[in-house]
Write a protein that binds this ligand. Sequence first.
Ligand code: SF4
Ligand code: SF4
Length: 320
Amino acid sequence: MANLLWLQGGACSGNTMSFLNAEEPSACDLVTDFGINVLWHPSLGMELGDNLQQMLRDCISGKIKLDIFVFEGSVVQAPDGTGEWNRFAGRAMKDWVQELSDVSDFVVALGDCATWGGIPATAPNPSESVGLQFLKRDHGGFLGKGFKSKAGLPVINIPGCPAHPDWVTQILVGVATGHAGDVALDEFQRPKTFFQSFTQTGCTRNMHFAYKVSATEFGQRKGCLFYDLGCRGPMTHSPCNRILWNRQSSKTRAGMPCMGCTEPEFPFFDLAPGTVFKTQTVMGVPKDLPEGVDKKGYIKLTGAAKTAAPQWAEEDMFVV
Ligand code: SF4
Ligand code: SF4
């Protein structure tokens, strides 16, 4: 039996909503099949008021063993580092976060706000939001660069806006069943099993990408969304086209560009007008190129691809 506590800071509850839709395994399977005991969760917890405060204190004192602490949302530090803008159970949420992280075997940051600060940390960041162990690309965050949970691991980051429900439940199962040691993390502390490949891996528009045939409108049933609509699929680490959403689709399959929500810089260009859903270019070459491709190589590749593009690439080839 592994005790799990879930709290929410500067959050929209999107990751909770996503988690409740998990299927492989489901949130119920965690309890019935994998021995996870949900001590408290913002949408599922029963305790209120003094009872909740007492339970949190019991976790901190060690009276209740805390195996997994999941945090959703940014750590709000405003005003002036006090955290008073986000009070919870009688005190600043950030103080609960610090003390609960210190006593927990494993700490999981769920969603972009908890991992990198996300949208709340976008400039000018009035809530002084940070992620648990990162602020955007900067290692440190609220808990500090050197933080390790009691089991000796840094914060396990599961980014996404929201994170796919099965990324969450599969990692929780791994941790709860004693397989945390098998969870290899990348340089941003994301589980490699999900975040080593790209959104582009498995995208149904890969052939259009290769022939440089562009989609020019959302939902268009042909063309790649990279050249005009700002798709970040080739430089975003995510399995969105391997582990489909609702088991059947993804943004790019539906004709919506990947916005790169699993990367630390999300939202890119701080959401400045004209930067979303539009490919940023310099002299006709995209500013951000597919990972590992340099400017020269890209120009050569796309020049050849365009002249080789077959007629079918210009046709609507999707039948459903
Ligand atoms: S750029 Fe986007 S739409 Fe094009 S193939 Fe890659 S992931 Fe798919
Ligand atoms: S397709 Fe891109 S923006 Fe959409 S969920 Fe996946 S990584 Fe995030």
